[in-house]
Design a protein around this ligand. Structure first.
Ligand SMILES: *Cc1c(COP(=O)(O)O)cnc(C)c1O
Length: 419
C-alpha cells in the first residue's frame, strides 16, 4: 500500500501532482511519500507486538536520505549502519549513538574508533579477527565495546544471488559450526562485551521458510552458548523481508513475518533486534522521469527516458523489475522496451513490456524505487546526481539537491606537469 495514486487522470504523491514536482525540480527525480514511510514503519513495529522486548534498527543503506532518517528517528527507530559515513548520517538525524548498530564485513580501525567515540550501541562482528581488533582498540581507550557475533547459518534465502548473504560461501559472518568457540574466545577479551548473536540471510526475501530455518538454528546456537555459562541477551535477526514489485505479486507481509518470528523465538528470553530496510522504504518512493523520445526498434519500440542505470541501478544490477506507469495515462497501451540514455546495453529498465502508451515529453514513474534507488545513484556518463523530494500531504520539499556535472568537474584537477 502506498500513496501514489491517480486523481482525475493524473498521478499524485499524496496531495501533490507529480507534474508539479517535475516542472519545478526537473527530471529525473526521486519522490518519497512521508505517509507511506510512516505507515510502513508503524506496520512493521505492530507486526512484532507479540514479542516482549524488541529493538528496531532501520537499515540505512536502503535509503540514507537525512529526511528519511529523521522521520524514522521520530518513529522510534535506531539505525543499522555499514560504514562510518552512514553512522554520521544517523547521528545527524538525531538517532542516539546507543540506538545504532554497526554491521559490515570491512570495518576499519578508524571507523571503529569513530564509532566508539560516538558511543555506538552495538558492533555486529563479522569475524574473530575483527573482534580481536575492536577489543584492542576499545581497551586502549579504556572502553568496552558492546558486540554480537554475526553467524553465517548456511541457509539459502532463495533470493537473487547478488543479494543472498547467508550461504557458507558468502563473505558474511562466521561459520555456524565454529561460532560457539569464537564467541567464547571473544567473550574472554577485555574491551569487549559480547551480548548476543546476529544473522542476516539476504534481501528481497519472499519465502519465510529459509528465515524460519535460520532463526531456528540461531536459537539452538544461543542455547549451546548459554550452556557454556556465557551470556546471550540480544538476538539480532537482521532484515531482508521482501516487497511486491509487480502488480499482483503475492508475498508474506510484516504480519506473517512477525507471526513466524514469534513462533520461532518463543522462550528465547532475549531482546530481539531487527534491521528492516526495503520493507520500510521500498514502496515509499518512485523515480519520476520524462520520456525523451520513442525510437523505432526491431521487435518493439524503445521508450528512451531521461532516467538511467546511474539513477536506478537495480534493473542493470539485479535484473530487477520496476513497474512503469504514465503520470497522465491515456488508457492506451503499448509493448515497448524502456531504456535510459547511457551508453551501455545494460541501461535497460524493461524489454517487451506491456505499458501505458507514452510519447516524447510525457512524464512517467518507476514504482517501488524508495529502497536501493537514490542511494546507489552515481554520475556515470557525467550525468547529474539525481535529486530527491519528500511529499507530506499538500507540502513537499527537495530533500537532496541535484548535484550538477559542473560541481563534480570543479573537484577535479589537472596536475601542473600536464597543464
Ligand atoms: C542490507 C542489510 C539489511 C537490510 O536488508 P533489507 O533487505 O533492505 O531489509 C539488514 N541488515 C544487514 C546486515 C544488511 O546488510
Amino acid at each position: 500500500m502506498d500513496h501514489f495514486e491517480l486523481r482525475d487522470g493524473e498521478l499524485y504523491a499524496e496531495n501533490v501532482p507529480l507534474s508539479v514536482i517535475a516542472e519545478q525540480v526537473g527530471t529525473p527525480v526521486y519522490v518519497y511519500s512521508r505517509a507511506t514511510l510512516t505507515r510502513h514503519a508503524q506496520v512493521f513495529r505492530e507486526a512484532l507486538s507479540a514479542l516482549d522486548s524488541v529493538r528496531l534498527a532501520f537499515a540505512v543503506k536502503s535509503n540514507p536520505n537525512l529526511a528519511v532518517l529523521k522521520l524514522l528517528a521520530k518513529e522510534g527507530y535506531g539505525a543499522d549502519v555499514v560504514s562510518a559515513g552512514e553512522m554520521h548520517r544517523a547521528l545527524a538525524a538525531g538517532m542516539p549513538g546507543a540506538d545504532i548498530v554497526f554491521s559490515g564485513v570491512g570495518k576499519t580501525a578508524r571507523e571503529m574508533r569513530e564509532a566508539l567515540d560516538a558511543g555506538l550501541g552495538q558492533f555486529n562482528l563479522e569475524s574473530e579477527e575483527e573482534g580481536a581488533e575492536l577489543a584492542a582498540i576499545a581497551a586502549a581507550q579504556g572502553k568496552v565495546a558492546t558486540a554480537t557475533l554475526r553467524v553465517n547459518p548456511d541457509v539459502d534465502a532463495r533470493t537473487h544471488a547478488k543479494i543472498s548473504t547467508g550461504k557458507s560461501d558468502n563473505k558474511f559472518g562466521v561459520a555456524y559450526d565454529r561460532a560457539a568457540e569464537i564467541y567464547a574466545r571473544l567473550s574472554a577479551l577485555p574491551g569487549l562485551n559480547m551480548r548476543g548473536l546476529a544473522v542476516h540471510i539476504g534481501s528481497q526475501i519472499t519465502d519465510l521458510d529459509p528465515s524460519r530455518l535460520a532463526f531456528g538454528k540461531m536459537g539452538e546456537l544461543m542455547r549451546g552458548i548459554r550452556g557454556q555459562g556465557l551470556s546471550v541477551t540480544h538476538m539480532d535477526l537482521g532484515g531482508g523481508l521482501g516487497v511486491p514489485y509487480k502488480v499482483g505479486d503475492v508475498l508474506p507481509g510484516p504480519a506473517e513475518y512477525g507471526k513466524m518470528v514469534a513462533e520461532t523465538t518463543r522462550g528465547w528470553d532475549a531482546t530481539i533486534m531487527f534491521e528492516p530496510g526495503r520493507v520500510i522504504t521500498g514502496n515509499s518512493g518512485v523515480l519520476l522521469t520524462q520520456v525523451i523520445r520513442v525510437k523505432a526498434g526491431a521487435a518493439n519500440p524503445f521508450v528512451v527516458v531521461d532516467a538511467a542505470m546511474n539513477d536506478l541501478a537495480r534493473p542493470a544490477m539485479y535484473d530487477a523489475w520496476h513497474d512503469f506507469a504514465s503520470v497522465r495515462p491515456s488508457g492506451e497501451r503499448m509493448i515497448a522496451n524502456i531504456v535510459g540514455p547511457i551508453c551501455e546495453s545494460s541501461d535497460t529498465f524493461a524489454m517487451g513490456r506491456d505499458i501505458d502508451a507514452v510519447a516524447a515529453g510525457d512524464l512517467a514513474v518507476f514504482r517501488t524505487a524508495g529502497a536501493y534507488g537514490a542511494t546507489m545513484a552515481n554520475t556515470y556518463n557525467s550525468r547529474a546526481l539525481v535529486p530527491e523530494v519528500m511529499v507530506d500531504g499538500d507540502k513537499w520539499a527537495v530533500v537532496a539537491q541535484r548535484i550538477e556535472p559542473a560541481t563534480i568537474l570543479a573537484a577535479e584537477r589537472v596536475p601542473e606537469w600536464l597543464a
